[in-house]
Every structure is written in C-alpha cells, then in structure tokens.
Design a protein around this ligand. Sequence first.
Ligand code: NAD
Ligand code: IPM
Ligand code: MN
Length: 349
Amino acid sequence: SRSIRLAVIPGDGIGPEVVAEGLKVLGAVAPSSGLAFEQTSYDLGAARWHRTGETLPDTVLDELRGQDVILLGAVGDPSVPSGTLERGLLLRARFELDHYVNLRPVKLFPGVATPLAGVTPDDIDMIVVREGTEGPYTGVGGVLRRDSPNEVATQESVNTAYGVERVIRYAFEVAASRPRRKLTLVHKDNVLTFAGDLYQRTLKRVGAGYPQVAVDYLHVDAATMFFVSRPQRFDVIVTDNLFGDIITDLGAAIVGGIGLAASGNVNPDRAAPSMFEPVHGSAPDIAGQGKADPTATILSVAMLLDHVGAADAARRVERAVSDDLAERAGFGDRSTTQIGDAIAKRVSG
Ligand code: NAD
Ligand code: IPM
Ligand code: MN
C-alpha cells in the first residue's frame, strides 16, 4: 500500500479530544483504503508556548513541509494572549504553506436539526471557497501611541492580483464540477472599493473561460441574510479571508452547529502539504469534559482522504457520519469518545 506521511497537530482545548476521534476513524478506514498513514504528532500550542515561548518554530515548519498532509485540532487558550497562537501557529502555517484555498462545505445532512424553518437537506448544499492567505489577515498595519487617548490602530486588507485570481479560478473549477454550476462572489464592493473592484474585475475575466458557470454577486451583509432566509440560492461561494471566516460560522449554525463543520486549508498546486481541521476553535468552555462533538474533525478527515486520492475511503467516512447523524436524535447525549467509536464502527463494519 502507498505510504502517506501524516502530521498531526492536536493543539489546545478540545483539539486533542476531537483529533483522537478523527484518527480513530482514519485508523478504521485506512486498511481498506490502500494507504498506510505514517503519523508524526507535533507538540504545538499553549503548553509549548508556556514552556518555551515558541509557537511554530522554523525547524518544525521545515519538518511539516516534508509531510504529505496535516490534521489539526484547534489552537488558542485563555492563558495565552489572544492572537499569539492564532497568528503565530495557525495563520503562520496557512501562510507559509500557501494554503490559498480554505474550503468549507456547508451541507445539511438528513436528520440533522437546523434552526431554519421548513428547510430540508435539498435546500442547503453549498461550498465556501474562502481565500486563505490575504485580505485583512496578513498582519499589515500597526498601532501608534498605544494606550494614549490618541491611539490609532490600522489593520490593512492586502489583496494581490495573483492571490485573487488563483482563488477565483479554483472556485470556478469547483463550480464547474457541481451539478448547479453557480458561483456567487461575496464581498463588500460598495465600501471596500479597491479590494472589491479587484475581486469583481478578476471574477469577470476568469469567468469568461467558464461560460457554463452562472455568476452572481452579493454584498456580505446581504449574504448573511440570505444564509438564513434563502440558503437554496447558494451553490459555490468565493470570498475574502475575513468574510469567509464569518459566514462559515453562520453556515455551520444553519446545518446543525459548529461541531459538524469541516474544512481544508488547501494548497492546490501541491507545493506544500494541505492542512485539514474542524472550523471550530479550542472551545475552552467545554474542554476536558468529553462533551466536544468530534464529527467536524471526522468530516475533515474525509476531506483529507479525498485530498490524498482515497476517494472511496472518503465516501465511506462521509456515509458513516451521515448514518450516525440520521440516528442521533435517538441516541441521547453521547461523549466525544462514544461518537468517535460509533462512527469508527460503521466505517469498519
Ligand atoms: P470556538 O469554536 O472554540 O467555540 C465557540 C462555541 O462553540 C463554544 O461555546 C464551544 O463550546 C462550542 N463548540 C466549538 N466546537 C465544538 C464542538 N466540537 N462540539 C461542541 N461544541 C463546540 O470559538 P471561540 O470560543 O470563539 O474561540 C475559542 C478559542 O479558539 C480562541 O482562542 C480562538 O482564537 C480559538 N479558535 C481557533 C480556531 C482554530 O484553531 N482553527 C478556530 C476558531 C477559534
Ligand atoms: C477559523 C478561525 C481562525 C480564522 C482564527 C483562529 C485565526 O476562526 O479557522 O475559522 O480566523 O481563520
Ligand atoms: Mn473562524
């Protein structure tokens, strides 16, 4: 069987709890996938920062570059200043490994309770292609006269023709491969005129090569409204890094909650390993209690399997999750481990 080098970054809070279940399911499906996963676990996150002051050292980054794919739990902890691990570890990995596509499916599985009235699984099946390396996330900006009454904080949005084009092109490819062939640009070009205009012109130019894809545009504020009032209108969405962050938490909420939302930080050119992770964070409020839902991580494992070319195994994991979700109402409260066990059992059985 083909060998895949898998880097595992459990991280903080519920990260290690949900990653353990993701690996359990991977272990259950791997034997029939034709792949052998060689795992290396990386001790990164709050504990390491407290011990050494390191977030993502160059040496570890270099090791990660030599891996085929990465599974990450979550990072961030109340004992660490906000942004230290988020920027120094998670965003550093996304930027250095050039994860310019942040893929976030928003799909309602049968039997899952949505807060939207009268909505069925046919009504919500979209995928958000979130730009992953630019926008307001670059860290460009600064602060003047900190802690004075005249303090000024700037945080710029950086958008390059190169970066916008490649993510829009990827989104067109995804849209062209889906039955509905619809792509919606979500931005705020009525206010963010420079960046919005670059996205709009690029959409038009790249779209000329995809006449089969229907294109439309929504301001992000209106898009949030339609997520709730008319989710059927969405198929593929392409959007800026920050807008994509915000709308995918909303997307998670309308399809059963953040515990179900999977994602992939993808380097489509395969110039560096891609990194799969649940959309949620380290959830300090429930960490260590066995309450976290590992389903988002397990679905991220399915995306990982697709990425490494194990489509059959990916479908098996998705089907196991879907079957488990369909019966959840009858299960009552289950722990993180119980959910992982149940899905792993379906995958192997
Ligand atoms: P969060 O996603 O950690 O938690 C938001 C709410 O959702 C909490 O009530 C939490 O208990 C719940 N929740 C999250 N995941 C769940 C799961 N699997 N099952 C059940 N409930 C779940 O977001 P937050 O509270 O805004 O952030 C907490 C920390 O995580 C912060 O340090 C933040 O920076 C970090 N964070 C990291 C990532 C990441 O690593 N990708 C993503 C988001 C936030
Ligand atoms: C996410 C998170 C991250 C983001 C943070 C923790 C940097 O919210 O993965 O959605 O904003 O991308
Ligand atoms: Mn987020």
